[in-house]
Write a protein that binds this ligand. Sequence first.
Ligand code: URA
Length: 437
Amino acid sequence: MQRVVLKDELDWQGWRQAARQLVLAGIEPDGVRWVVGGNPHPLPEASGSFNLSRSLVELAGVAFQAREPERFGLLYSLVWRAHGGETIAPDDPDLALARRLALSVRSDAHRMRTNARFMPVQEDGTVRHVGWFAPQHFVLPANAQLIARRFPELTWSIITPDGSAHWDGTRLTFGAGLRDAQDDDTLLAWWEAHRGGILDGAAEGTSVPEAEAVDEAPRPPDRLPLGPVVTVSELEPALARAAKESWACRRCHLYEPATQPVFGEGPLGASVMFVGEQPGDQEDVIGRPFVGPAGQMMDRAMEEAGIDRRQVYVTNAVKHFKFTPRGKRRIHQTPEAPEIRACSFWLDVEKTQVRPRLLVAMGGTAARAVLGRAVSITRERGHAMTMEDGQRVFVTVHPSYLLRIPDPAGKAAAYRDFVKDLSAIRVLMQAEADGGP
Ligand code: URA
């Protein structure tokens, strides 16, 4: 029996090299035992030409990532038969099994790019997006290659039980993993405790099956391939259900070019709900509201005003990113009234579930969504008003308005006014907590 020792579960190069030599040496599939880990075993010397169809190599490259111990032998058997000149029928049991494995790997890879979420973590003056995901198969390395190639400007780490991948804008490295991350706080605490060791010890990955092999059908060039990365911030079940249903939303056309709907986040029963306009470029990719530049501006102002973002619910009037592609960039477009109306369905779901005492509308789109009419922010900002149904509403500017002010003095003044509004909201929250009006 010929023993083949692979370095690890994803030793694609080792498997390819061994398969080539074994076929050329005439060693039948039944005569090979594939093992992961351990001392390398010598392979028979062999030479000759070895050509396989591109489609079989591609299939093997994907199925190889399945968490299925028999895959090494299964794929070798297909290679052996194809090299022997056999035409393998589409309904052949081995080929059908390899295809099923490949399908499962592809959908796991897709799930990783769509179900996982990133949490922004401050790091040396920049933001690293850290996410955790438990894939069913060994899809991290190929996915990480794909994500890094298509999405180079973010700094991120994806943690999985089998290992982690890290991108710093130029280098992709792999390190230790985390078995379980029940929530953001567990992940954050683990990351803070281990990040130094993990990043220092992380190594360039060995070559894995080509990233293209796990990509699905070609996308329009304006559509980013990356979904959110880990469901670390668990939504309350009712909201999680609604968030899931919003993926099938066809109430307006904005779902088409967007990567995904971005639902709100925060505790059920939060006394205040902050409503923005729509997810921006980064939110669309990451899948969480207010994590990009406007979100960072809002976080800073909230902190200065004494509002703990974790205690409030943060969402948007429109759940999909509206944009026009310009070259490689996606330029924000303000949603129109019909889109705001269509999306009010989801805002109503959130309001019904969260039942906030105060709605904070940030900017014109949110104010229109909340009050149902066009609003002059300058005239109506800065105080709580009561709607006919008794709902209290506070209007203020949108944080991205501050980002657009070119003159530093004007920007600083507008920021101070924003903090002043947030401070008034904090006072209202406090009065609420003390049993006030
Ligand atoms: N702007 C918004 O209105 N919402 C976001 O989530 C991000 C930017």
